[in-house]
Design a protein around this ligand. Structure first.
Ligand code: IZC
Ligand code: ZN
Length: 418
């Protein structure tokens, strides 16, 4: 039997259900066989302190659940730093896409990369995520668009899920853009996804979700509805990139379709917010993207929370609109951009993010019975992590009860807890 005991933690953010982040000041967490068995304030139960138990002294430190990055475009080839001059000249994101750049430029790089190349690039990203405290990540395809490349990307994600400590939740996002070979024939491309790609992914269990980029010049709300309906019929759970730039009633559509999550939502209407609250759709907000697209505008997190919508926060890690794997930087953007409190933010990257990927029974909070996915930050409280921004505060990461990061460095142990 393997056991760990964290003692003397200055702050434990349990992130359990209810108001606030369930803060314990000065506490302990006991872990056995990869699960949390007990936690509380004050001294640890004596019966844990056997010779097989590893003691971790977290004095002066903050313990949180393993962070969940609930929206990323993990697998892709190439990078888009060459778009910087265009961005600085003020050429809008959707304009760059229309010119065949943006997503379509990453599609070209991804198509020409081998599966091994994609895996080794994504593995570096997963390492960075883990070092910054992320233990579960949602990963969307959508830079292949043709059959072979989409499958290559989803297989790469599945193989990395098996070999890397970070758990990956996979999403098929064929509806990320209309590929050049179907230009002007969106319906033809939709038919191809429905007949050729979705059934194969389903049969081979390569994705749990589908996602659609409902946006002006990409997929209209009508097309998005058809894609979501078809995805649902195939047995996928639903996600949608909704109201990112142009208000298209994407939030309303998410509620109507019973999507697990709607993401971005900068331009979501009051009716859309109400529809999401009614349907229990989690809002996954991506403040790093607002910053990086220089939109001068953030999603209305405070209003969504007031209206009873669960708010999760993620990186949107992708090569065009938010090239960072670091959720700690995103905490600072969420705080200053959306006026969220440190407790709301940590809940957004743990419990609410677990709702956003429908894994709340296993992860997302520190409570007896859940997986021992935990981060120890070298910071006395949550505020400090957000305040001292742009650096990595993680000292230790525990995944399934195994220490995978120690003193801020990865201890390589592939296939842990499996
Ligand atoms: O590569 O531009 N919004 N998809 C929808 C993205 C941003 C990623 C990209
Ligand atoms: Zn995205």
């Amino acid at each position: 039997m393997k056991a760990d005991l964290i003692i003397n933690a200055s702050t434990i953010a349990c992130c359990t259900e209810g108001k606030g982040a369930g803060i314990i000041e000065g506490g302990y967490i006991a872990v056995k066989n990869g699960r949390i068995i007990e936690l509380g304030k004050g001294n640890a139960p004596v019966n844990m302190e056997g010779s097989n138990t590893r003691i971790i002294n977290a004095y002066g430190k903050t313990v949180t659940p393993g962070l969940i990055d609930s929206h990323t475009h993990l697998i892709h080839g190439g990078s888009r730093e060459k778009e910087l001059p265009l961005k600085l000249k003020g050429v809008p994101y959707l304009e760059i896409l229309k010119m065949g750049g943006g997503i379509l430029s990453t599609v070209r790089s991804t198509r020409s990369a081998s599966k091994e190349e994609l895996k080794s690039k994504a593995e570096k990203s997963l390492d960075r995520m883990l070092l910054h405290g992320t233990t579960t990540v949602e990963a969307k395809s959508g830079y292949g668009l043709d059959f072979d490349t989409e499958i290559k990307c989803l297989e790469a994600a599945a193989e990395l899920n098996a070999s890397h400590p970070v758990d990956i939740v996979s999403t098929y996002m064929g509806a990320h853009a209309v590929p050049e070979e179907f230009k002007g024939n969106t319906r033809g491309y939709m038919g191809f996804m429905f007949e050729k790609v979705m059934p194969y992914i389903r049969e081979n269990n390569l994705a749990e979700y589908i996602d659609v980029f409902c946006e002006e010049g990409v997929f209209s709300p009508e097309e998005s509805r058809i894609i979501m309906q078809k995805g649902k019929e195939e047995g996928f759970k639903l996600k949608i990139h909704a109201d990112e730039i142009v208000p298209l009633q994407g939030a309303e559509l998410a509620g109507e379709m019973g999507a697990v999550s709607a993401e971005h939502l900068l331009a979501a209407s009051d009716e859309g917010i109400a529809a999401m609250a009614e349907a229990g759709t989690t809002a996954i907000l991506l403040p790093g993207t607002s910053f990086y697209l220089m939109l001068g505008k953030y999603a209305q997190a405070r209003k969504m929370m007031e209206k009873g919508v669960r708010v999760a926060i993620a990186t949107d890690y992708n090569p065009g609109t938010c090239p960072t794997e670091n959720l700690q930087s995103i905490m600072t953007f969420a705080c200053f951009g959306m006026k969220m409190t440190p407790e709301e933010i940590i809940k957004g990257m743990t419990l609410n993010a677990a709702y956003g990927v429908d894994k709340v029974m296993e992860i997302g909070s520190l409570e007896a019975g859940k997986k021992a996915d935990m981060v120890i930050f070298d910071a006395p409280n949550l505020e400090y992590i957000i305040y001292h921004f742009g650096i990595n505060h993680v000292s230790t990461v525990i995944k399934n009860g195994e220490t995978v990061v120690e003193n801020g460095m990865i201890i390589k142990n592939k296939g842990i807890g499996r």
